[in-house]
Ligand binder design. Structure first.
Ligand SMILES: [Zn+2]
Ligand SMILES: [Zn+2]
Length: 288
């Protein structure tokens, strides 16, 4: 039984339950991801452990560094281990797998988006999961911590932020959102859920501003609310959505998961998303 771990439960928020159920119907092929995301969203609701682990932003951060650069997190060590290992089990590894996985190390690597380090952890004896699975597990494991940071540090974010990457956690955005009457372009982070405004005619990845090099793909004539922003200078792409209200932080990654067909459309046309983090955080995660 996959949900046998006492650590794991399903979200209480009715809206989350409904959206996850809808995602299950629409994209049954994403079930493995959805199961992990669902557990991460539930864990995030019960965020006391993670709220307590929110780091004070480092005083000496380089210019243009996200708020969490060089942050030092102190997480309840036992809680972190239980959480990460139960996710490894939920990912389909044999029961008891991941018993020797260093959960804190995985959290740290995931927060820093250090894929090479995640792969090294997967290669260690007793890790319980291979590199591709552990990358996903790490990403989901870090979600409650990053979303707790977004909730608690919102007031400390710079009033204006001109970079293409998340002002809190340094990830590339997964979505450009145009909401309300003003339709201002708001970039959204799929990890912490933070949103930040940035002018429309500018590539978030390479800062290209010449309109001749920027454009859109509209793969679905039936869905006027969605398009894909593309840059012909760096060949990057970003999914875009017009909404009445901005998505809740928990909904950003779910929306990303439900629109994989748009990623496929962009990839087929030769566009891609950059690999690795936009900004290497160099954060540390240790036992409290
Ligand atoms: Zn972020
Ligand atoms: Zn570009």
């Amino acid at each position: 039984m996959l949900w046998s771990s006492p650590r794991l439960r399903r979200p209480r928020n009715i809206e989350i339950q409904q959206r996850v159920a809808e995602a299950r119907r629409q994209t049954p092929e994403s079930e493995a991801w959805l199961r992990l995301l669902e557990a991460a969203l539930a864990e995030s609701e019960d965020g006391a452990v993670w709220d307590a682990a929110v780091a004070t932003p480092a005083a000496e951060r380089p210019v243009k560094a996200p708020l969490l650069a060089r942050a030092r997190f102190a997480v309840g060590g036992r809680d972190a281990q239980d959480w990460v290992r139960s996710l490894v089990n939920l990912a389909g590894a044999a029961n008891g797998a991941g018993r020797r996985l260093d959960g804190l190390a995985l959290l740290e690597a995931a927060v820093c988006q250090d894929d090479a380090r995640v792969d090294a952890l997967a290669g260690a004896e007793g890790a319980g999961a291979g590199a591709p699975v552990l990358r996903v597990v790490g990403q989901m494991a870090a979600l409650p911590l990053l979303q707790a940071c977004a909730r608690k540090l919102e007031q400390e974010l710079p009033a204006t932020w001109w970079e293409g990457y998340c002002p809190l956690c340094g990830a590339w955005p997964v979505l450009a959102e145009y909401s309300g009457l003003e339709r201002q372009r708001q970039l959204r982070c799929g990890r912490c859920g933070t949103g930040w405004a940035i002018p429309s005619l500018r590539c978030v990845f390479c800062d290209e501003t010449h309109h001749d090099h920027l454009g859109y793909l509209t793969p679905e004539a039936s869905d006027q609310m969605r398009k894909i922003e593309i840059c012909n200078t760096c060949h990057g792409y970003l999914k875009a959505l017009t909404t009445i209200r901005p998505l809740a932080p928990w909904a950003v990654l779910l929306d990303d998961l439900m629109t994989v067909h748009l990623d496929v459309a962009a990839l087929e046309r030769g566009y891609h998303r950059p690999e690795g983090p936009a900004y290497a955080l160099e954060a540390q995660v240790a036992a409290a």
